[in-house]
Design a protein around this ligand. Structure first.
Ligand SMILES: [Zn+2]
Length: 343
């Protein structure tokens, strides 16, 4: 097991967000990753290394250059055009009837956003790129056969970000960037298992028409849980990718037994798919005391999940996604990694 972490994430620290109409302190705060890092150091579970540099090429393999350039420059253009210096946040999002592109920075932030949960600050781009580098470093170690398992402590998270859409605290899709890299130029099959309590809409969209990347997401049903408009069981991929997206919308109060039963089912699909690598989009907002989730998963359950994934005997890259019960977040991550190390 190798762990990859970069303190650059602290540069991304938006002051606030809107949640259910309330103007609140930003939930996806630096303390999350700092707490996880501290728990990993204390547990001495595995060596922790900084990310390597891969340039922008592997990021552009998933996110168009225009979008990455937007992310790099929008904060400064936003401020220059009269936006607040705290963070760029959309005032208008062009859905359905409003579809034309606008060159105005005040409009562009909405053009590339699916919600108002992804504020862009002066440090967001730097942090997002470094998070992607953490995931890529883990992927690279697996490709080189240096380790059987890697954990990328990514912040900001990524699974809500589609090719050119940000939202839900996510800007660049770390798991998707790593998965694309792990296909080794479309020569290897990769399975992504997303266990965050929220459906991985961004990852789903990125690989929706691809038969070489299996995407399985198990999450709170979009009938009552964010991101609401996606993650339904009948969304199964399209074209050549039909059947290579699998969604498990689950009920409120999902507990360890129910969740593990679905993990078993998901792993059966992965076994049949016969991938070379597994990417685990590791969200911990399934935890029973998470302020954003409505599941009842306990700390020991993450170890069981890890052990089940490890039992497939494939190289696995765990990528940090959500998880907002900060005081238990470190223990939950360590628990998952203990399981993953059982291979
Ligand atoms: Zn989540």
């Amino acid at each position: 097991m190798i762990i990859i972490y970069s303190p650059i994430h602290t540069h991304h620290n938006p002051p606030h967000e809107f949640l259910d109409g309330r103007f609140i302190k930003f939930t996806e705060a630096p303390i999350r990753a700092e707490t996880i890092y501290k728990a990993l150091v204390e547990s001495q579970i595995a060596p922790i290394i900084p990310p390597e540099n891969f340039g922008l090429e592997p990021i552009h393999a998933v996110h168009p250059k225009e979008y990455v350039d937007f992310l790099r420059t929008i904060y400064y253009r936003w401020v220059k055009n009269g936006g607040t210096t705290e963070a760029a946040l959309p005032g208008i999002i062009p859905t359905r009837t409003l579809t034309r592109y606008s060159p105005s920075p005040l409009a562009q932030i909405g053009y590339y956003s699916m919600d108002i949960s992804a504020p862009v600050t002066s440090g967001t781009y730097l942090a997002a790129v470094d998070a992607a580098k953490c995931a890529l470093t883990g992927a690279s170690w697996l490709i080189q056969g240096k380790e059987k398992a890697a954990y990328a402590l990514c912040r900001p998270p990524g699974h809500h970000a589609a090719k050119d859409v940000m939202g839900g605290f996510c800007y660049l899709n770390n798991a998707a960037i790593a998965a694309e890299y792990l296909t080794e130029g479309h020569t290897k099959r990769v399975a992504i298992l997303d266990i965050d309590v929220h459906g991985g809409n961004g990852t789903q969209a990125i690989f929706y028409d691809r038969p070489d990347v299996l995407f399985i997401s198990m999450h709170g049903s979009p009938e009552w849980e964010y991101p609401y408009f996606t993650g339904y069981a009948d969304q199964r991929g399209e074209g050549e990718g039909e059947g290579f997206t699998i969604n498990y919308p689950l009920e409120q109060g999902t507990d360890d037994a129910r969740f593990l039963g679905v993990v078993d089912e998901a792993l059966e699909h992965i076994k049949k798919f016969d991938p070379s690598y597994i990417v685990l989009s590791a969200g911990f907002d399934t935890f029973k005391d998470d302020p954003l989730g409505k599941f009842q998963i306990t700390t020991p359950c993450y170890e069981t999940i890890g052990a089940k994934v490890a039992a497939l005997g494939l190289p696995v890259l765990a990528v940090q996604e959500g998880g907002y019960a900060v005081s238990e977040l470190g223990d939950n991550v360590v628990s998952l990694l203990r399981g993953l190390m059982k291979s």
